[in-house]
Design a protein around this ligand. Sequence first.
Ligand code: FES
Length: 518
Amino acid sequence: MNTPEEHREKLRSVWQSTQEPPALSPLTADISTDVCVVGAGIAGLSVAYELAKAGRSVVVLDDDRIGSGMTGRTTAHLVNALDDRYFEIERMLGADMARLAVESHTAAIARVAAIVAAEESDCDFEMLDGFLFNPPGESQEVLDREFEAAQRAGIAIERVERAPIPDFDTGPALRFLNQAQFHPTKYLASLAAAIERAKGRVFTGTHATHITGGETARIETKSGATVTAGSVVVATNTPINDRYLIHTKQGPYTTYVIALRVPGGSIARALFWDTAQEAGMQDQHGPIPYHYVRTQKVGEHMVLIVGGEDHKTGQNEDYEAPFRSLESWTRARFPMAGELEYRWSGQVMEPIDGMGFIGRNPMDEKNVYVVSGDSGNGMTHGVIAGMLISDLILGRENPWTALYDPGRVSLKATPDFLHENLNVAAQFRDYVTGGDLAGEHQIAPGCGAVLRKGASKVAAFRDDAGALHEFSAVCPHLKCIVHWNGAERTWDCPCHGSRFDALGTVLTGPANTNLAPA
Ligand code: FES
């Protein structure tokens, strides 16, 4: 029988498969520190690194291993070529903010390069160019607008006749200079080691159950051990301590990735992106999502990594379809691609105005900080969080504070705000609909379904041995009804992106507790 862990094992990313994320000791006794960071992904460890290097005592907690969340499931593009497009950022936030966005993401790439050198990190860090191209037959308008806006914002960019993909003519493309890529879990292993050398402490397998700020911040954990701290930073991809505010300003999207073996040297060392979503392409389900591409050496061979086909989390009918679409998109453009070696998914938090939420948690005590809204640029946003939040805690001015302020109101993004929140409101119709199936007898081994039982909805999963497991289908965050994801054997909440394994254990916030027993 496949346990939920064994099933997820089959969907591990190339990063998790080639660098086992470190598991350290759990926290077992009360402890005090200057700063407690919850979450050991790129954002949490970047904040902890900067503060430990500045001489502050730091404690990091993670409920799983280092990099076991979205940092282990990214494709690890380190870019200032933001996928929300500079002409949109300029429209919503103004030209000055667009320039600060370029400045901060460029600084993040440079900061990673500096840390890799200083810590002698063997993380496959590489500077390279990125190419943005249109889907076939699309007008050049998006590329033209982006070229002009990116130049105004200060990006190093050129027009080229085509992206360097040998067997596929992309047509005119934009070349972004000085982008980068790395192996994210190898990088995190280096950061964690550097934090410990600087006397910081990192605890894994430690679930933070309750987080409060105030004169002394207090972080309670499932084991009963408590951390008291001068400040607390919640870097859990989507905040587990903020119940409403930030979740109304961002939407959760599931993105899919495949990695196929390719002959060494057959594909240029570069990053590639298409503009499908921005070009307004539609299919029967709505906009066709963009794609993002890179290569990575795995042992002695090379893999081509292709991601995309995003959809709102918990809102899909066929969870295998995105993997199929990605593979056919890839084989049409990269005919040298061979065996499919890895496939996985990740979650992107899309803020309504395209910029991350990094700073003081709004409507909270002054010593509570959050990082969220990766916007598909989680690697650079995480490194920006390291620089920005460490400055805020150390009392230093930082020019990016307003741009990333989690409490900001972006009036020009109001249509996106309404769109996301009307979508959430629409999910409550699940309370009055029937179940996915007529009864549990229709659930095959390895499958799940939401069933109606009287006034309640029940999340029912039949394991490979035939035993039925039933839970309340009500998400513990704000009470939407979870949906079954058959490809990954998870329960996904369509409202703010909480995910639970087949046996109801919470995997991804903002929910911070498991599905309740039925
Ligand atoms: Fe908010 Fe489920 S994640 S209701």
